[in-house]
Ligand binder design. Sequence first.
Ligand code: NAD
Length: 292
Amino acid sequence: MKIGFIGLGVMGAPMAANLQKAGHQIVTTLNRSPLPEGLTAEVLANPAAVAGAAEVVILMLPDTPDVERVMRGEAGVLAGLRPGTLVVDMSTISPLVTAELAQATRDAGGAYIDAPVSGGQIGAEQASLTIMAGGAQADFDRALPLFQLMGKNITLVGEVCGAGQTCKLANQIIVALNIEAVAEALVFASKAGCDPAKVREALMGGFASSRILEVHGKRMIDGTFNPGFRMKLHQKDLNLALSSARAIGVSLPNTATAQELMNACAAQGGADRDHSALVQALELMAAHKISG
Ligand code: NAD
């Protein structure tokens, strides 16, 4: 199949490479960076040309305004869409804007699925991403063979476009609050005189055990914050969660606190560190560092 793939960054490049390995042909357009190494793709002038050349167009772009620009811009996907073309947005963006873009795509004669992912760069490389989709069952069924080349845990969360994005934001709320809980516990135990490495080891055997205590707890104790998942991407996702919650009258008090702690980290130069660097905001507040 000829697949349009726009957004060949940290995540998109290995995802497109996995589609290509399975025999699909990739068509793309680039805004600045050259074609990633190891990927052969036909490079066209703009998203409209990509939409005109492909049966399915996958987007893996940074943020809501990027997807809006690529979709609605002068030479955007919508301008070049052929009847029946399926647009699959795998970026993490606003569920509200997603619903609008899906409607605009249907108005242009196409179909739309939102399918954000979790699992990071390693999941993208190993084709083991978790994929959370929203849209009509028939459109999901069309995209499924492609999803299976990029991910493992693949769920149609709801038959409304935006349901995948909402699920992804729920994921990001859980991850942020877990990181915050692990960071608070380790700062508390460490300033009380315990070795945080021993505390982590002890807790790993009990009810407080989690992947985040295991992986992110270790990063906090070692003081190594190479991403991983950049803090600024998590800030973007929590912003989306908070604004979506506000639009439907839901209060997310602890998500707001986690976001404020990330804002404090970013102000200290931490926006490009791994999100586990949230511990540094709590260390400042406690006037105590847990890592050597
Ligand atoms: P990235 O910044 O590495 O990649 C984005 C790519 O899009 C870049 O190559 C950029 O050049 C390209 N791009 C932007 N505008 C374009 C345009 N107009 N035309 C063509 N290309 C354009 O970002 P990423 O880390 O790959 O993340 C992509 C999405 O996936 C984000 O929404 C992010 O939140 C989500 N996500 C990321 C991770 C992760 O671990 N990095 C994990 C899960 C989900």
